[in-house]
Design a binder for this molecule. Sequence first.
Ligand code: NAD
Length: 365
Amino acid sequence: MAPMKTDLLFAPEQLKRLACRILTAAGSSDKEAEIVAAHLIRANLTGHDSHGIGMLPTYLRSIANGLLIPNTPLKLISDTGAILICDGERGYGQRVAREMMDMAIARCRDTGLVLTALRNAHHIGRVGSYGEQAMAAGLISLHFVNVTDHTPVVAVHNGADGRLLTNPVCFAMPGTAKHPNLLLDMATSKIALGKARVAMNAGKEVADDTLLDSHGSPTNDPRVLFSDPPGALKPLGRHKGFGIAFFCELLAGVLSGGGTMQPEHPRHGGVTNNMLTILIDPQRLVNNQWLESEVDAIADYLLASPPATDADDEIMLPGEPERRHAEQRSRDGIPVDHETWRELLAGGTALGIPESELNACQTTP
Ligand code: NAD
């Protein structure tokens, strides 16, 4: 999203320091605060403000309600070689999912293929960050995630009310020198819930055919998602996106042991994520020379397609928008809208951080 004229601008390091300050004031160790803050700022850098520093006020509310427990490490429940089952025990998702990926990456060096199930993590944030962890280790990863503990706000195909949440999927492959970091990372709703929050905070409408109000009628007003009773986001790609979201419930919710959105499970108003991850070492399948030449050939072929007459953008591979955002925002700074800044100030001062100290972070890069 391009910065609005009135947005505040922050250097990434400044914003990370601010996030660390708030996280440690909310009880995290320095090490945990560093991991969570780095994840949030990377989300902002890659253009996903919905999963960036603006999540902190929600996390502070979750801590106050006992739904997020700082300083909770990943708990290994079962290790049967290529299958690892872990419990996040309501710890910061950014920490426990990262720890799970570290363990799975180390195991994949031996087994070539690893399946991990993570249950009961507080919000794991931008799933692409775990794909980036796998790619940095030269591995391919596939992630299926479901969301529980929250009021459902994603409709099923042809349904009028929320029955699911935004159940993301992510596929990552290291790629080549010419086409690095191939990364598909997306919600299975038409837009991520956090993007509706960002639009609401900025006083903007969302695109047509994205939202239903609480009566099941189309609307462009993101406020319907945060009112009572709430409206609903439509699923991505009609029956196809709904089908993928349903399989996230099955793969991440059922197989992790964490549970699904079925109504007998509690909904305390937090965000709990379960994630099923498959890690693959490509070197066990094909030689690297073949892999790189074939990846380059198919990528070049796709990018050379003539643009459609109704194209809304140039042709790109998944992962390219994030790469471009990261380049631009590392250079020009990260925009933060005024409502998000107000919420961060309120959250920080409630923890006893002087407002002057928080405001001191606010220098244009
Ligand atoms: P998005 O729509 O911005 O992007 C989805 C994917 O499409 C990305 O891989 C991107 O690289 C690719 N893409 C975007 N524009 C493209 C173009 N013009 N050409 C080719 N590829 C393009 O993402 P989203 O669905 O809004 O999701 C945002 C973030 O929200 C993701 O990081 C996701 O993991 C996260 N999320 C997390 C949760 C959770 O519970 N933890 C839930 C939902 C979403």
